[in-house]
Design a protein around this ligand. Structure first.
Ligand code: NAD
Length: 444
């Protein structure tokens, strides 16, 4: 029986391994992590992350061919294929701080693999890493190899949080990069055979290592760039009377552009887009390409601009101050169908409102009060003014809001600021609200 071990039981390691286990009953999959609370949660009825469909997949194979464990070394030693899916955040200090990827977790995982391995291994980069990371990993492993053969593969993950299980069941593509040597090709083939259990062959792409590593950064940069492009357009729409939804629809009908990822919003968030673009910027700078670096930097600048533009609109609409005014923030995670709040634009929005001394209440059915406290504390808030966190209640997850009742209880004029263009603005205006929808004229 082929044994797979995945180091890192996070948003990527957990769901990807659960899907491999459910699709490959003949493979034993063990997901390991140094975090005991995380592993305990994976072994409990309340999984550590929320993803539609994840509970069912985990329950179908946990204890059969899917296991979660803190015994990292034992399972790494026993595995034939080791996925490394540890976090690769932006460096906060030292060389490249604020841009480069922090590979501390990766390096310690690689050193541990070298320490405990007694048989040949295929080591798979599942984390998003800078191009050429495989070279560094190879050095660490081969200099400590004790005669063991290591093959490094790059197999970046393209799942999107909120649709992770669907994305994993039906991936647009699976990308595998390897060395162009006989051993490298053999390793690529072995990983291909795992995915071939459910992914059509034409959707499995094989490339050289550097193309695979760079493709992940490139994919995230292109996706984020699309959001920043439409958000930049939303500012122009507001200035001219155009409606960004109409513009998006019109341009998305062009088959060269396509309709996806063209919704204007308060900005992108999540743990990946910003960090991966910063990483790309750093790689460009290190390779003597400052003009290319500046091009990608602009994607982040527009995202920051969009968030502050939104806050400024709220404050200026409410007669230039929100001091002492009650503001309810609905939704805190970085997008729908996830409880992940990493880099959520809601943090910047709340920060802006609190900075002007608003009384902020926050509600998100997937996010706990502790999590919000932690996120806002991490972002160094001034806690002098009141802040209300609404307790979460699973029963209210899909509940419709009674806007008439809300309106009746509000001080007038009553405002709704829609940072995702999800409310029915016409209906709310009929009730009497003043509605601001991002990228749209005030009466649209
Ligand atoms: P995460 O923080 O949720 O999970 C990483 C896990 O690795 C943590 O639980 C941590 O305890 C564990 N870990 C760290 N060092 C370890 C070690 N030495 N041994 C054992 N466990 C260790 O991160 P994530 O969101 O799953 O992302 C993981 C990687 O995948 C990142 O590189 C990210 O950029 C990439 N990625 C993320 C997404 C996403 O949507 N979250 C999508 C595609 C790719």
């Amino acid at each position: 029986m082929v044994k797979i071990c995945c180091i890192g039981a996070g948003y990527v390691g957990g769901p990807t391994m659960a899907v491999i286990a459910v699709k490959c009953p003949a493979i034993e999959v063990v997901v390991v992590d140094i975090s005991k609370p995380r592993i305990d949660a994976w072994n409990s009825d309340t999984l550590p992350i929320y993803e539609p469909g994840l509970d069912e997949v985990v329950k179908a194979c946990r204890g059969k061919n899917l296991f979660f464990s803190t015994d990292v070394e034992k399972h790494v030693a026993e595995a034939d294929i080791i996925f490394v899916s540890v976090n690769t955040p932006t460096k906060t200090r030292g060389l490249g701080a604020g841009k480069a990827a922090d590979l501390t977790y990766w390096e310690s995982a690689a050193r541990m693999i070298a320490d405990v391995s007694k048989s040949d291994k295929i080591v798979v980069e599942k984390s998003t890493v800078p191009v050429k990371t495989a070279e560094a990993i190879e050095k660490i492993l081969t200099h400590n190899s004790k005669g063991i053969n290591y093959q490094i593969l790059s197999n970046p993950e393209f799942l999107a949080e909120g649709t992770a299980i669907d994305d994993l069941f039906k991936p647009d593509r699976v990308l595998i990069g390897g060395r162009e040597t006989p051993e490298g090709r053999k390793a690529v083939q072995a990983l291909k055979e795992v995915y071939a259990n459910w992914v059509p062959e034409e959707n499995i792409i094989t490339t050289n290592l550097w193309s695979a590593e760079l493709s992940k950064l490139a994919a995230n940069a292109f996706l984020a760039q699309r959001i920043s492009s439409v958000n930049a357009m939303s500012a122009l729409c507001e200035a001219t009377g155009a409606n960004v939804s109409e513009v998006s629809y019109a341009i998305g009908k062009d088959s060269r552009i396509g309709p996806k990822f063209l919704n204007a919003s308060v900005g992108f968030g999540g743990s990946c887009f910003q960090k991966d673009i910063l990483n790309l910027v750093y790689i460009c700078e290190c390779n003597g390409l400052p003009e290319v670096a500046n091009y990608w930097k602009q994607v982040i600048k527009i995202n920051d601009y969009q968030k502050s533009r939104f806050v400024n609109r709220v404050v200026s609409s409410m007669f230039n101050t929100v001091s002492g005014k009650k503001v309810a923030v609905l939704g805190f995670a970085f997008k729908k169908d996830t409880g992940d709040t990493r880099e959520t634009p809601a943090i910047d929005v709340c920060k802006g409102l609190l900075g002007d001394k608003a009384q902020v209440s926050i509600y998100d059915p997937q996010v706990t009060e502790d999590q919000i406290q932690r996120d806002l504390a991490m972002n160094k808030f001034d806690w002098d003014h009141p802040m209300h966190l609404q307790p979460t209640s699973p029963s209210s997850v899909k509940q419709e809001l009674d806007y008439q009742k809300i309106f009746n209880n509000m001080q007038k004029p009553a405002f709704v600021f829609d940072g995702r263009n999800v409310v029915n603005a016409d209906k709310l205006r009929e009730i009497g609200f003043i509605v601001y929808s991002i990228g749209k004229p005030l009466d649209a």
